[in-house]
Design a protein. Structure first.
Length: 302
């Protein structure tokens, strides 16, 4: 497989010559309504389907590979914080209807308290995710800030302000890209063209901060082979996707916005593919017996 830099240089050179770069056109099958994405209700992992082939979503790949160390540490701290700051509630759960001889009630109390503590690890993240989805939807649909919930309005106003400052021409929002060669798919937040004529893929972020792995996400969008939905290729957007020259993230907070141009390097593209390889391998081998050729047991006399 050619290096990222070689691929990118070839793409840029082709653009100069007015040529299209990418795989040969696939057959187009007209189908009503997009039905090519689904989310596993048990794991929350999202997959896309193209002509019968299932592909992990760009955002799912990171989850399949495991959460980052910093996030794991933060989640543990959230559980500890809840146990310490809400000790009275925890104590009430553990002492309610205490009947030592009734093991079932004892188990129920422990299960209830354990569930309550575990929720602390994800409650803030889940709330932020819901807020982010609402902001994304409002931005994509061009909804007036006065028509959205109060929690959404500040970030939507920041997005509107960025539009007025950067003055991009929005080419596409919330569309799906596929890379069948590498094996992934995903939904692009924003594809726009700036005043210098360059096309950019931009991901909207509404969390507390942005992180290095966000580059891998938008880079995988950029390296998509085509745009499509329900086995139907969007030739116009695919042509523009092949002309994308840059990637970035637009971080929307309540009181400001920050646009970050990200460095699409060969190392980042290699990391993206490596992360995908590890994630899919882990997903395919959830237990040790799936990679065990044989085993032997023994026991020492004690």
């Amino acid at each position: 497989m050619p290096s990222f830099k070689a691929e990118l240089n070839a793409r840029l050179e082709a653009k100069k010559q007015g040529e299209a770069v990418g795989p040969p056109p696939l057959s187009i099958v007209i189908s009503p309504g997009p039905r090519n994405a689904h989310t596993d209700p048990e794991t929350g992992l999202r997959f896309y389907t193209w002509q019968g082939r299932e592909l992990p979503s760009v955002t799912t790949i990171r989850r399949m590979a495991g959460i980052p160390h910093n996030l794991a540490t933060w989640q543990v701290s959230q559980v500890i914080l809840r146990a310490v700051t809400e000790f009275d509630t925890l104590q009430a759960m553990l002492s309610r209807d205490k009947r030592p001889r009734e093991r079932k009630l004892e188990t129920n109390r422990l299960d209830e308290a354990g569930k309550w503590l575990r929720l602390a690890a994800t409650e803030e993240r889940d709330a932020a995710s819901l807020l982010g989805t609402a902001v994304h939807d409002a931005a994509a649909q061009g909804i007036d800030p006065g028509s959205v919930p109060p929690e959404v309005r500040p970030r939507l106003l920041q997005y509107r302000h960025w539009l007025s400052v950067a003055r991009p021409r929005i080419v596409g929002t919330e569309f799906q890209v596929f890379n069948l060669t590498v094996g992934y798919a995903g939904t692009v937040d924003l594809l726009c063209q700036f005043s210098d004529g360059s096309y950019w893929i931009i991901d909207l972020k509404t969390g507390r901060s942005t992180f290095p792995e966000h580059l891998l996400q938008v880079l995988m969008y950029m390296m998509g082979e085509f745009v499509g939905s329900d086995d139907v290729i969007d030739d116009e957007l695919t042509g523009i996707l092949r002309q994308v020259a840059g990637v970035g993230v637009l971080h929307l907070a309540d009181d400001h916005w920050e646009f970050k141009r990200l460095d699409a390097t060969a190392d980042a593209w290699r990391a993206s593919r490596g992360l995908l390889a590890f994630a899919t391998w882990m997903h395919d081998h959830p237990r040790i017996d799936t990679v065990t050729l044989g085993s032997r047991t023994g026991s020492a006399d004690l």
